[in-house]
Design a protein around this ligand. Structure first.
Ligand code: BGC
Length: 739
């Protein structure tokens, strides 16, 4: 009996202990509770000062947590091509860590050029692992500002000119990153389509172009990708800074799209306390503080969302409703990232990342031209290759602004090709031209000595000598990451290649008919020599594995399958924005007069033949398209419609093709583009293999944005589905009716 009483007492005691223990875990730390409950509980425990502490920067890349409650700091990092090296707490100088070298992934233009959603997921997952390993809460990227003109210095960080392509490519990137418990911060919302005057220009754009061209990728990032954060842009819209913009942030992002995440200012993008409080901004970060004034040491208290906000609360000028709302969103971010016990640990420069980087790079490389099939190079028949041009040796991961990296390694094309060619083929190098010899950005130095004493003419003469005696000449030029090229903060000054490269290319092409031009850039360039050279390869900024990836394409280990994510115009005036005289604006105002006619939409409208069209890219094999069929003749608004086409590999080797679906509205009340991309599928085919490709669309693919009604409208009538290998190479079409 005694024993029984003892046992019962023990059970009761243990039970009450467990019960007590459960009661003692605060709700916000209890991950069996919903995020919403945890957020409300944490919020209820915080002082006003602690809340204000969370909504602005405390260092160049971090904001405060609440140490008393065990809520961690938030750490951010650029983005979007690799994890940036650490800088000092309150200065832009390097912190000098020895363990912050990253894997440099290809630039987002390359990712977009792969037209492969699986590559985007792989990219996101891999870069997210690097961010996680480095303990970052938020990755500052990806960028999806539309390619409006070829002069924008930051185009290389974005996903091209087409809203559909960028929408489809941004979503898997986000999912991949966030699967690591690291948030993406999609940027720059919105209308930041040039670097000139980026912090003071007010963009005037009609609602139709806003909704049809400039917003879809952001909307997809929010609604399909589920990004946990978004970054406001530097410029103004409706004469209000985009970082605290009633219309963009409150009306569209939050009300129309239901965004629940955190809005982060671009660095120094906030300019006003009251607007920052009321117009949707959650966290203020800065390059300088407050607003536009430089501050050397801890100026963070002066941020618009710091002491000035607190003072307004203390003097009852404003209440705390908005503050609580901001903190709620930040706490939600904390629970999804730093305070998510289940998130993985990440990895840095792992073998998997190297393989991923090389794969994405080789899938994005675009074969623009290949006359007489001079590519791929058959190494067994090639004794000597002349590699000419600075970009064959120059490290490209350093420079370009905030996306500049400290890469653990970077393989140049010269090294990549030498390694691949082995002893059997001699590779000789000539500089050809001198571009940028500096090799330093934000205190990171490539360590390369690119100093040169020869004159331009001597360099050309030396290059010609080398070119004459080789079986192949591979010219590697293009742009670099210096000012006025592919770089943040400045735009390009011309469409043409810098550093006398046009002359060099023409001279070289004269002395060797096996001439390949490899263009490294994140932008279209003019090619006045296009008819003088047989082969042209568009190779982007490809990151750590650059040289290996390009070499693999040149010698045919990889069959190229990239397609251009933007139009290459013959001349600058062939671009809509430039033709309409609306770049870069004047007196602080910039009007997008070309409206919805951006990229190929403009070429189609004006009947301008591009140098290379949107969606263009060749392969070492050939593809034949059958006749497209539709699963029905008529579609109602509630329906879906499927188009099927068979594609056959008619060449002798395996290859991949991007089958593109464009929709054309034959008659409408408002002017519409001749055609618009509304579907694509990348398929791989063995020699002789044939596959049926089906692409399904719904009403959204037929709709335009009616500004008067403020809604998407699909007008009944006749449409056409066009299937092509590029926007200028439509192979088959079928008509249908929307009832
Ligand atoms: C850029 C952002 C970047 C931020 C932090 C800004 O100047 O516009 O894209 O994420 O700096 O480096």
């Amino acid at each position: 009996m005694n024993k029984l009483i003892k046992t019962l007492t023990m059970i009761l005691l243990l039970g009450s202990l467990t019960l007590n223990a459960q009661v003692k875990v605060p709700v916000y730390l209890d991950d069996t509770k919903s995020i919403q409950e945890r957020v409300e509980d944490a919020l209820s425990r915080m002082t006003v000062e602690e809340k204000v502490g969370m909504i602005h920067a405390q260092s160049k890349f971090s904001s405060a947590g609440v140490p008393r409650l065990g809520i961690p700091e938030i750490w951010m990092s650029d983005g979007p091509h690799g994890i940036r090296p650490e800088v000092l707490w309150d200065e832009w100088s390097q912190a000098g860590w020895t363990n912050d070298s990253c894997f440099a992934f290809p630039a987002l233009t390359c990712l977009a050029a792969s037209w492969n959603k699986d590559m985007s997921l792989l990219y996101g997952k891999s870069i997210g692992e690097e961010a996680r390993f480095r303990n970052k809460t938020v990755l500052l990227g990806p960028g999806v500002n539309i390619y409006r003109t070829p002069l924008n210095g930051r185009n290389f960080e974005y996903m091209g000119e087409d809203p559909y392509l960028s929408s489809k490519m941004v979503v898997p990137y986000i999912k991949g990153v966030q699967s690591n418990g690291v948030s993406t911060c999609v940027k720059h919302f919105a209308l930041n389509n040039q670097e000139v005057d980026r912090d003071k220009v007010n963009v005037n754009v009609d609602d139709r172009a806003l909704y049809e061209i400039y917003l879809p990728a952001f909307k997809a990032a929010v609604q399909e990708g589920g990004t946990w954060a978004i970054m406001g842009s530097y410029n103004l819209y409706k004469n209000e800074q985009c970082c605290h913009n009633q219309y963009l942030l409150n009306d569209i992002l939050r009300k129309e799209w239901g965004f629940e995440g955190v809005v982060v200012s671009d660095w120094g993008g906030a300019h006003n306390t009251l607007q920052s409080i009321t117009n949707g901004l959650d966290m203020e970060f800065g390059t300088w503080t407050p607003g536009m004034a430089w501050g050397k040491t801890n100026n963070y208290d002066n941020y618009f969302l710091a002491q000035p906000y607190l003072a307004m609360i203390k003097s009852s000028k404003v209440g705390t409703k908005e503050l609580d709302q901001k903190v709620r969103r930040i706490l939600r971010l904390e629970f999804l990232t730093n305070m998510n016990k289940n998130r993985p640990f990440g990895a840095m420069v792992s073998e998997d990342h190297i393989i991923a980087g090389r794969k994405i790079a080789s899938e994005g490389i675009v074969l623009l031209q290949n006359k007489n099939n001079i590519l791929p190079i058959d190494l067994s028949k090639t004794k000597k290759i002349a590699v000419i041009g600075e970009n064959a040796v120059k490290m490209m991961t350093v420079g370009g602004g905030s996306s500049s990296l400290k890469a653990k390694y970077e393989v140049s094309l010269l090294d990549g090709l030498r390694k691949r060619a082995g002893a059997q083929t001699e590779i000789v190098f000539a500089r050809g031209y001198v571009g940028d010899v500096s090799g330093t950005a934000d205190g990171v130095t490539t360590g390369q000595n690119l100093k040169e004493t020869r004159s331009a003419d001597e360099l050309i003469a030396d290059a010609i000598n080398v070119a004459k005696s080789a079986d192949y000449v591979i010219f590697v030029g293009g742009l670099n990451k210096s000012e006025h090229q592919d770089s943040e903060g400045t735009d390009r000054l011309e469409l043409g290649l810098p550093y006398n490269q046009d002359k060099l290319i023409s001279e070289l092409a004269k002395v060797n008919k096996n001439f390949v031009a490899v263009n490294i850039s994140g932008n279209a360039v003019a090619m006045p020599w296009v008819n003088e050279v047989p082969a042209i390869v568009q190779a982007w900024f490809l990151g750590s594995e650059a040289g290996n990836a390009i070499a693999a394409v040149l010698v045919g280990d990889v069959n190229p399958s990239g397609k251009l994510p933007f139009t290459f115009p013959v001349k600058l005036e062939d671009n809509g924005a430039i033709a309409m005289g609306e770049y870069p604006g004047s007196k602080g105002q910039l009007t997008y007069n070309e409206g919805i006619f951006v990229g190929y939409r403009w070429n189609d409208k004006q009947n301008i033949k591009p140098l290379f069209s949107f969606g263009h890219g060749l392969s070492y094999t050939t593809f034949e398209y059958g006749k497209v069929t539709a699963d029905k003749k008529e579609m109602t608004e509630a329906d879906k419609m499927t188009f099927t086409v068979s594609v056959k590999n008619t060449g002798t080797r395996e290859g991949s093709e991007v089958v593109q679906l464009y929709i054309s509205d034959l008659k409408s009340t408002l002017p519409r583009p001749l055609k618009e991309l509304k579907g694509f599928e990348k398929i791989s085919l063995k020699a002789d293999e044939e596959k049926a490709v089906s692409i399904t669309v719904d009403k959204a693919a037929l709709s335009f944005f009616d500004a008067d009604k403020h809604s998407w409208v699909a007008e009944s009538g006749e449409f056409e589905a066009l299937i092509g290998a590029s926007s200028a190479d439509i192979r088959t079409k079928v008509g249908f009716i929307l009832k």
